[in-house]
Design a protein around this ligand. Structure first.
Ligand code: FE2
Length: 670
């Protein structure tokens, strides 16, 4: 008599348990067990529990291949779904094998679990498993398909509501209700104060301070409202706020930005010149030329204005990055003057605000949505379609795609769609889509790889650039972890070349993510282990650290409209000396629009309770010891970095928390 011991775990989320009958059949190289009901004395399969069961077979089944799980209704009651986390089987030979499940099981559904060591397609030998692998992928490819949302934008699932997604990748009930709850609280507070829908103009800048009573962060509540006018705070935000990927070192002025020595001399160190400062590497530039010619939306019958401007920055001897010249349009002309810090206060403020407005739209549409959310969706769909769950890269990556498809599916409606929150920005839905299209056609693989991104922008040594300091450390930690895992499963380039699933995965990302653009430098296929390591490092970095860097500071920096607004209601200044504080109030969003933007920033930066921090893997997917050990080391490295960043931040007037590993989520979930 051979006895198999099964430890069967039910998930701990709401409604995970079931009253229904659960049956298991074991398949081995030497035969299969009877279809056996798992039924102990008392209640089985309650939420968050593990039950132990035995299955007796006459002889050993040999090497265990599959565990088939079936569910039948209890009496004639309606369907009661079951979330099965995992089954651990101890064989008569004393082998302990993990069969990860992590999915909802419905009646009549065929669930066959693979267990044991991660396997690449080339390692598969048993006909039953070869067939099983093929069937699994065929099913996945029918469940997850590529659709075109807009020409020129990464392809997506094609679904219009997250409830249409397969159950195991939907939001948990608790996450869903928390998002709804936050939206409700935000809405209630704003409605109570009569802010929602109000078309009134703000009477004073200070009135905006009271938008929210409950949600205030140290940054949004005090620092930003007190310092928003200051040039060094303005400059620092191009390094450590929500869009740290746009500024670069300037060694030569673009011909269309005729800043003269005389203009900026007063702001440079005594006896220095612009030329010398450029040579010394102290001059930086941000150029919004990609926005040139994109029509803004209409507002009260008039077309709004978006400024594809240029801003020059100077790193002064106190190591502060100061804006020293702003030109709001690409072509210099009399109506397009170069604004300077010595101009009348409100002229200079308006120039900075218009430039920031363009930067924030670029941030939302390109750096936040397209480069993290949309590309993450392409990585997720490719992973779900091309890797069976037993594949090592699936086991490595799938935790980093948790909730990404549901947040994108719903975000397309509520945030980015024609009626979404961003449609009231200056560019509107059409304009933001166009900027995404332009940016994707120019996107490069190296710009998504942080070390190359920093070098290409000449920002290796600019001081107080915490996004770079923390980001590079994180890149290296993720890279070391990925290197260990990938090298363990791919000891040589040969294994990479012959892994048809891996090759199809990257090919689909190339086709559907960057739309086959060879100039992007994105890999179309992999030849070496090194190429795989770099790409997977980039994927994990993007969906964790990079998303956190561009997402998590939104309430801090953009809920106070004067510091950065997505909407400017009046045209930008074309001459100097004609503006006043009233012009600023007329230009900023009205009361209702301000409330909408601030509410959006709240919802997008709220921390929800079922957060999974970077490097935490609550779902056990690897069965063999080496990757488990690698995960432990990865977690230790992250924890050390977290301590280091916390200590550094305690010394800073404006702490940079967005890349503290303890604050970063393991995937894009909001
Ligand atoms: Fe986000």
């Amino acid at each position: 008599m051979a006895e198999y011991k099964l430890e069967v775990s039910t998930g701990d989320m709401e409604y995970a348990g079931t009253w229904d009958h659960i049956y298991v059949t074991l398949f081995g190289t030497e035969g299969q067990s009877e279809r056996t009901e798992l039924d102990n004395y008392g209640t089985d399969f309650t939420t968050g529990t593990t039950g132990t069961y035995t299955i007796d077979t006459g002889d050993s089944l040999g090497k265990l291949l599959l565990v088939k799980v079936e569910k039948d209704p209890y009496l004639s009651l309606p369907e009661d779904q079951w979330y099965c986390s995992k089954i651990v089987v101890t064989t008569p030979e004393e082998d302990v094998i993990l069969f990860p499940c992590y999915k909802w099981v419905s009646s009549g559904e065929l669930v066959e679990l693979r267990g044991g060591r991660a396997m690449k397609v080339s390692e598969e030998e048993h006909p039953l498993l070869i067939e099983h692998r093929k069937k699994e992928l065929a099913l996945k490819k029918s469940l997850y398909q590529w659709h075109i949302d807009h020409e020129g934008i990464p392809h997506f699932t094609g679904l219009s509501d997250s409830s249409e997604l397969p159950a195991e990748i939907r939001f948990s009930k608790s996450k869903e209700s928390e998002i709804e709850h936050t939206a409700l609280i935000t809405d209630t507070e704003l409605k109570y104060k009569g802010l929602v829908g109000s078309t009134e103009q703000w009477k004073s800048i200070d009135d905006m301070k009271d938008i929210f009573w409950y949600k205030k962060t140290t940054m949004s509540g005090r620092y930003v409202t007190e310092h928003w006018k200051e040039d060094d705070f303005y400059g620092s935000q191009f390094l450590n706020s929500v869009n740290p990927n746009v500024i670069k070192r300037c060694s030569e002025l673009p011909p269309n930005f005729p800043v003269t020595e005389d203009m900026v001399k007063p702001f440079l160190e005594e006896d220095s010149s612009l030329e010398e400062e450029m040579e010394d590497g102290n001059i930086f530039i941000c150029d919004k030329k990609e926005m040139d010619g994109i029509p803004a939306r209409h507002y009260n019958g008039e077309r709004l204005h978006v400024t594809p401007g240029l801003c020059l920055f100077y790193l002064n001897p106190e190591k502060k990055l100061m804006p020293i010249a702003i030109q709001l349009h690409q072509q210099p002309s009399e109506q397009n003057p170069i604004f300077l810090p010595s101009d009348p206060e409100t002229d200079w403020l308006l120039a900075k605000m218009f430039f920031k407005n363009a930067d924030l739209m670029d941030h939302q549409a390109v750096h936040h949505l397209m480069k993290t959310h949309y590309l993450a969706e392409a990585y997720t769909i490719a992973t779900l379609r091309n890797f069976p769950v037993i594949h090592p890269i699936y086991k490595l990556l799938i935790p980093h795609f948790r909730y990404t498809l549901p947040i994108n599916t719903d975000g397309r409606k509520t945030l980015f769609g024609p009626e979404g929150a961003l449609s009231i920005s200056s560019l509107g839905y059409e304009g933001l889509t166009e900027i995404q299209r332009r940016s994707l056609s120019e996107l490069t693989y190296s710009s998504l790889c942080l070390p190359e991104n920093i070098t290409a922008r000449g920002l290796e040594s600019i001081p107080n650039f915490y996004y770079r300091d923390d980001g590079l450390k994180l890149w290296n930690i993720i890279n070391s972890f990925v290197t260990e895992i990938v090298e363990y499963y791919y000891p040589s380039d040969c294994e990479v070349e012959e892994d048809s699933e891996l090759q199809e995965w990257i090919s689909e990302i190339f086709t559907h993510g960057v739309l086959g653009n060879k100039a992007s430098g994105f890999p179309e296929c992999f030849h070496t282990v090194e190429e795989v390591i770099k790409f997977i490092t980039m994927v994990i970095f993007t969906v964790t650290a990079q998303h956190s860097a561009v997402n998590d500071g939104q309430f801090d920096y953009t809920s106070w409209m004067p510091n950065g607004s997505l909407l400017m209601r009046k045209p930008p200044p074309t001459t100097k000396g004609e503006s006043s504080m009233d012009t600023i109030l007329e230009t900023l969003p009205n009361v209702g629009e301000t409330a909408s933007f601030a509410a959006l920033a709240w919802i997008l930066t709220e921390k929800y309770t079922d957060v999974v921090p970077l490097g935490t893997y609550p779902e056990e997917r690897f069965d063999e010891a080496p990757p488990k050990q690698m995960i432990k080391e990865f977690q230790e490295e992250l924890s050390n970095l977290s301590e280091e960043i916390t200590t550094r931040n305690s010394q800073l007037k404006v702490p940079y928390t967005y890349l503290n590993p303890a604050e970063i989520e393991n995937s894009i979930t909001i």
